[in-house]
Design a protein around this ligand. Sequence first.
Ligand SMILES: Cc1cc2nc3c(=O)[nH]c(=O)nc-3n(C[C@H](O)[C@H](O)[C@H](O)COP(=O)(O)OP(=O)(O)OC[C@H]3O[C@@H](n4cnc5c(N)ncnc54)[C@H](O)[C@@H]3O)c2cc1C
Length: 413
Amino acid sequence: MDRRLSRQIVIAGGGIAGLTAALAFAQRGFDVRLFEQAARFEPFGAGLQLSPNATRLLGRLGVLQLLRPKAVEPAAVLLRDARTLKVLSRFPLGEFAERRWGAPYLTAHRADLHEALLAKASVEPAIEISTGARMTGDFTFAVQGATVTYERNGRREIAEAPLVTLADGVWSTLRERMFPTSQREFSGLLAWRATADGDSVAGRAFTAMSSVDCVTAFLDPYFHLVAYPVSGGRAFNFVAFTKGKANAEGRSAEQDSSPLAAATRHCPALSGLVAQVGEWTAWPLNTVTQHGPWIRPEGAAMIGDAAHAMTPFAAQGAAMAIEDAVALAGMVADTTTTQDLPARLRQWEQVRKARVAQVARRGALNKLAWNAAGPLAVGRDLLLRLRSPASLAADLDWLYGYDVQSGMSGSIT
Ligand SMILES: Cc1cc2nc3c(=O)[nH]c(=O)nc-3n(C[C@H](O)[C@H](O)[C@H](O)COP(=O)(O)OP(=O)(O)OC[C@H]3O[C@@H](n4cnc5c(N)ncnc54)[C@H](O)[C@@H]3O)c2cc1C
């Protein structure tokens, strides 16, 4: 029987993907129930680069306005040789990016982005957020949608909606239950992350070695290190990538940074910076294989890192989560009957898979270029010298100029 699709949505996970989905569905007239397992939202994580394809959507959701006072709009991306600190390329951002792609390129602490999303969601009457509520993997589907179970205060309760959105991150247990063919894999790489105040020893050392209003990537065959301002410019985010083993726990942990010290030993300025920063947190980089399904046509969709965690070399994980969420809400909002939902979900999955795969390929290419050695590095440096900012920017129009709501991409100038 053809039934009207009820305007209710259940979301598992209150990270970047889940909160964005809550706002996007609420904006489209849905009533949203979001379940977050943590007893309370704590500020955690580190810096994020937020490119125009994501900030344009945050703007439409009314989140960008809340984020901007704590974010930074960097003037440029500088690529530097990690050993000599020589600038290999300067790619303008700031006004150039905003003019070209119609939205700003920002850097921010993840906690500031999360806080802005939460502040907006908390005052939205159509969104009900439950913390300390862990969704279990027990689902049933019927004509009218999904019935899910969650645990709160030691009690099991149920929620029903035509669509359940799984946004429970790279460590998703719900994926294991609902999409068992999708697997999390350790990439063999560690991300070493730290934040330092601008007036700390490390902050002053970095100020002396690069432009503080830029995103700087220091390139070397054994590692690369990316640094940029966050927290309104009062602090710097540092993230370096080396090969390594996942720690026993598997998740991020403060860890002896000797592998990072070893990787940077040929780079005097950077090995000094690594020592001055002192405490580094190691994040084993896990990815999720992308060949499995992201939807259950009967009424479930998986978004963000749960579906497609990727290595961060295109700086697009959160941006893809934001795009997934807004695209899903748009697709479902245009669906009037339960009978239409499976086809709409398949359409969403097809579009999102193609986009995410393209972004992941770009990340892999960046990694190859940034860790190039010998003749490959010489060729890279030559190419970077010969290319104008406009031609480098044209290469990124498909990524930063993309508007998930219209499906269009390109520069607007
Ligand atoms: C080193 C590094 C650098 C990065 N840099 C960038 C960058 O520059 N730009 C960028 O765009 N992205 C970047 N990313 C990626 C970005 O951080 C992630 O893609 C993004 O935060 C994923 O958001 P999410 O909401 O999918 O997952 P998460 O943020 O992990 O949120 C998942 C939420 O679900 C909750 N949860 C889990 N299980 C349950 C359950 N059963 N029931 C209820 N709740 C549950 C969790 O408690 C959590 O709150 C980077 C990542 C790394 C590791």
